[in-house]
Write a protein that binds this ligand. Structure first.
Ligand SMILES: [Zn+2]
Length: 314
């Protein structure tokens, strides 16, 4: 029998101990194997869980070791073949996400640079994984020298892109596990974004960017957002199997972080504090929403356009 590698991150293993006891809204409505998800590839099985369940979100977000990987032997190869090129690209993205020299924004930027190069190789039909490994190594050196963090500070601020992305958040429908009054306030604050006049929206963006600085929990516990990033890369085999527009993939990723930061800022502007439990509630609702509102792989725009758009959301 052909054997494959089975990966289980720590948050999956820890969640097994409490599985079946969660009474969060998503679990109360759930059926079947919820919240388990497995990705069956030809040479590996990636076990994961849906963070739309609050107890999953708690394990995923709050544990600095959530992505310590447990590897065992799996037995049934899946049908989907992950090409060596796609597997290497995913691994290089993960390496940049966990690079200790980089801030979260630094990791996203580095992933953007890697994807830009990957697009070039892809368009030229160069599919040797070694090219991606060399690029990853070069980026790791630049990260260590502080060059990447410096480059982020030089990125042009394109407010228009941030305004468009903030306005789109007015369409979000989150199932928040909060007392009715708090839930209503949050939903009103979100939906008003879609109807604000341009000048008011611009003011609101500035207010929220200021409020985001008050979300000190993210700098005190950097693993929270870092784990969201690793989750995305791991569970989606980012930039995704069959991806052809790598800029669009980056935009999808940075848009998600923009949304999470703005959600947190809206919360903290009204409530003054943002605790770990409140993050679990907000992010878990966002994960449920984003599952059915995934960024489309390609919107017809070029990879370069999308890449620059994505970087302007950092
Ligand atoms: Zn649950």
């Amino acid at each position: 029998m052909e054997t494959i590698e089975r990966y289980q991150p720590e948050f999956v293993v820890r969640h097994q101990a409490i599985a079946g006891t969660c009474r969060c809204p998503a679990c109360q409505k759930a059926e079947g194997d919820w919240p388990q998800v497995s990705l069956w590839l030809h040479n590996q099985q990636r076990d994961s869980l849906e963070p739309g369940c609050e107890s999953v979100a708690r394990e995923l977000l709050l544990n600095p070791q959530a992505f310590t990987l447990h590897v065992s032997q799996g037995e049934t190869p899946g049908e989907q073949v992950l090409s060596p090129w796609a597997e290497t690209l995913n691994q290089q993205c993960i390496n940049l996400a966990v690079n200790p020299s980089l801030s979260l924004e630094g990791s996203l930027y580095a992933i953007g640079v890697l994807l830009s190069k990957a697009q070039q190789y892809f368009d030229e039909g160069k599919n040797e994984p070694q090219l991606l490994i060399s690029m990853g190594e070069q980026l790791a050196i630049l990260a260590e020298q502080g060059v990447l963090e410096e480059q982020i500070s030089l990125l042009p601020a394109i407010e228009e892109n941030r305004l468009t992305t903030l306005k789109e958040m007015g369409q979000m429908r989150l199932t928040l596990n909060l007392p009715m009054a708090q839930k209503m306030t949050m939903m009103l604050k979100l939906s008003e974004l879609s109807i604000m006049q341009p000048s008011r929206l611009s003011e609101r963006l500035q207010e929220l960017e200021q409020a985001a600085l008050d979300c000190t929990v993210f700098s005190e516990r950097p693993h929270i957002l870092r784990n969201v990033l690793i989750y995305r890369l791991y569970s989606d085999v980012f930039p995704g199997m069959g991806c052809q527009n790598f800029g669009a993939a980056l935009l999808g990723l940075t848009r998600q972080f923009f949304q999470l930061k703005m959600l947190s800022a809206i919360w903290v502007a009204d409530n003054q504090t943002l605790s770990e439990e409140q993050i679990v509630t907000l992010f878990s609702a966002w994960f449920s929403w984003s599952k059915f509102n995934r960024p489309t792989a390609s919107d017809g725009r070029s990879s370069d356009y999308n890449l620059l758009y994505g970087l302007s959301l950092l």
